[in-house]
Design a protein around this ligand. Sequence first.
Ligand code: HEC
Ligand code: HEC
Length: 457
Amino acid sequence: MSRPRQGLALSAILCAVALASFVAANAPAEVGAQDGGAPALEPVSAHDRQVERDALEAIARGRTTFRRDTFGDEAFWGDTIRLHEAIAGAANGGIGPGLSPASALALGLKVDIQALPRSLRRQLAAGAVDLDDPASTLVLLQRNAVVGVKGFFSGGTLTSVGIQCALCHSTVNDSFAPGIGARLDGWANRDLDVGAIVALAPDLSVVADLLGVSQDTVRQVLRSWGPGKFDAELLLDGKAFRPDGKPAATLNPPAFGLAGVNNHTWTGSWGTVSYWNAYVANLEMHGQGNFYDPRLDDAAKYPVAARTRQGHKQTHDDRITAKLPALHFYQLSLPAPAAPAGSFDRAAAQAGKAVFEGKARCATCHVPPLFTEPGWNLHTPEEIGIDDFQASRSPDGRYRTAPLRALWNTDKIHKGGFYHDGRFATLGAVIDHYNAHFRLNLSGAEKGDLIEYLKSL
Ligand code: HEC
Ligand code: HEC
């Protein structure tokens, strides 16, 4: 089965542009419908062309929002918790040692090489940029080169900092050096230790007050998450740890290949991509906007959110709502990268497909080609044989059938394991779990074939 490739968005744009000019040159004749060999395309009217132009414009605007917009959240990350002071360091008008590029890269932050002028790239390549000096981080921020982080400057001084969607949902292709390269939107950043970064902020009293704990406790929780994880429900229910003592954070999921998928996030029942975008921009990033969800008034389930009326957020200066349509459109147009040739065994994958759709019954839930159910794609923890901790934090108490995407890629996209918390380190471990839970009685060869098929998706 063929899957969209990384270059799809671009080729879609090129095709649409080519199509528009072709149609313009040939109008009003029908575009090659019946004359064998020619592509069977719909005749395109002026109205259709306008729709195409609007779609391309929405992708471009959504991309800008995804990469550049802080929605005014610097009022929280900078002005309130003063993260920028810890980044700058005492030598540059902040506090403490500051965050050097080397430390930033070690915390999983990524550098967008395309944002840097050629002169700076040359200096970097020549080793002439001091990667241990926080002042170099400020230069990168001034160039908007730190993926997902926006610095605000007055003169040369960093006065505030905000975050963008790209922080957790983009990485880079390492074309220049590890952690430095071209942006890959939608690829979850599984290196990013967002908890450790937030823990650097000098004043976490607003979070401590919200949760009714000390700042030390907040930092302890943040530092427990580790790379690639974030807890998007902590500020609703105040649950920092699972009953088994492990952190409550989940893996950052990929934000590509989501078109056609109904419920979103690991636990699903929050809503659509657009619901979740509004939720994250308002309640997690602390941008300025309006947000409504009366389900958060459930004080037993969401004590923190109910007390602070997070489901009824009203702002005069709404910097989010108007951006939701294009942001939604952009995300739905982000393709999952196809498995590169040679990354899986074709013959075994073919045999594995039969196991997936037959004996192993995987396709009853992971319905091809969506690989999640068309319809209400949620299941109880018992159905898939795992604990209910994370499911019970969502409105419906279920897990969403994860749309299987780019499973071949375990050095970036699925680094950190499988399932919402990465509990299964390998695809083999996932299959062993299902084999035991559903009593599938798969042979070693069938398991091996199934792995090759999963890697082809
Ligand atoms: C601090 C890290 C972080 C930031 C910033 C962030 N997200 Fe997420 N995102 C997550 C995590 C973690 C989840 C999974 C949450 C869960 O399942 O409870 C998630 C889930 C999602 C999903 C659901 C994916 C799926 O498989 O259904 C989408 C879509 C998404 N985020 C888009 C966005 C957009 C758009 C923004 C900016 C407005 C954004 N995110 C900002 C970490 C982040
Ligand atoms: C009853 C429905 C159901 C069946 C049957 C099922 N799955 Fe799943 N699958 C799920 C759900 C729900 C999740 C998400 C679990 C989570 O987030 O913790 C999932 C997650 C996964 C993941 C992890 C994806 C990721 O991004 O981490 C893989 C891989 C997977 N399933 C493969 C399979 C295979 C292979 C089979 C057949 C042996 C199978 N599934 C059968 C519902 C199902």
